[in-house]
Design a binder for this molecule. Structure first.
Ligand SMILES: C[S@@+](CC[C@H](N)C(=O)[O-])C[C@H]1O[C@@H](n2cnc3c(N)ncnc32)[C@H](O)[C@@H]1O
Length: 232
């Protein structure tokens, strides 16, 4: 590469990093060639989670990401060979949150323009508005809901084969299916957090809403979080 081309390339990378840095990020996303978004969830954690979510089940499948935020999991499903990916969110892309849809849009345009996107709030999600998908991911959303069991029942209808739930957990020393209620900001000083289920509770709920088997894995980086892969 001649000096002119190298200088041009360096300039392009610096410009992209500057555009990235102007936006707020939840996901640390790798744009290639050393350009990284300053997300508060490190890329190593995101990759470890994705290894559990997608292991052996995503290639050639349709995939719905509920609560996609900056889109790491959607881009990762696409990279791993999903046949169709739909990224949805609303809260994180609205005035209610510090997130910004422009971050998702910038990452999508650079990493996976094939990923489809829909701004839709969870109460409006059903098989008529979004359709049904082979694999549905519901990561980091369960404990933000006032009525998580009702929503689990609602979104289970969107999953033809697999529903993957990632959540904060509580009551880990209690064997019976249980959930701890956080009336204010007891969990992480965040008053959008309402519930901390234990693993037995998530497994029982997933079976109740129609799944026959549920694989449970302790989160690879956070012992108080769990990943549940429920199969029809
Ligand atoms: C912790 S983020 C998880 C983002 C992504 N799925 C992940 O695992 O990295 C929480 C997600 O839940 C969504 N959400 C939906 N309803 C919410 C509510 N009432 N309060 C807070 N977040 C909500 C947010 O928009 C956001 O995408």
């Amino acid at each position: 590469m001649n000096l002119f081309k190298r200088t041009n390339r360096t300039q392009e990378k610096e410009d992209l990093q500057r555009r990235v840095n102007e936006l707020p990020w939840h996901h640390q996303i790798d744009f290639g060639e050393g350009v990284l978004s300053p997300g508060n969830t490190p890329i190593g954690v995101l990759r470890n989670q994705a290894d559990v979510y997608f292991d052996g089940i995503i290639h050639g499948k349709t995939f719905l990401d509920i609560g996609a935020w900056d889109g790491f999991n959607s881009f990762e499903a696409h990279r791993r060979g999903a046949s169709r990916v739909l990224a949805t969110d609303h809260f994180a892309w609205s005035e209610q949150c510090w997130g910004d849809r422009r971050a998702f849009d910038l990452a999508r345009s650079r990493i996976a323009p094939e990923v489809e996107v829909m701004d839709i709030d969870i109460p409006e999600m059903n098989h008529e508005t979004v359709g049904r998908f082979d694999v549905v991911l519901f990561a980091g959303v369960f404990y933000h809901l006032r009525h998580p069991f009702a929503v689990l029942e609602q979104i289970s209808d969107l999953a033809k084969e697999w529903l993957i739930v990632e959540t904060h957990l509580d009551a880990l020393d209690y064997d019976r299916p249980s959930m701890v209620f956080y009336p204010t900001n007891e969990l992480a000083n965040d008053n959008t957090n309402w519930w901390g289920p234990n693993p037995a509770c998530v497994i029982a709920m997933l079976k109740d809403v129609g799944f026959t088997t549920v694989e449970y894995v302790v989160h690879p980086n956070h012992p108080n979080r769990g990943i549940f892969r429920a199969k029809r």
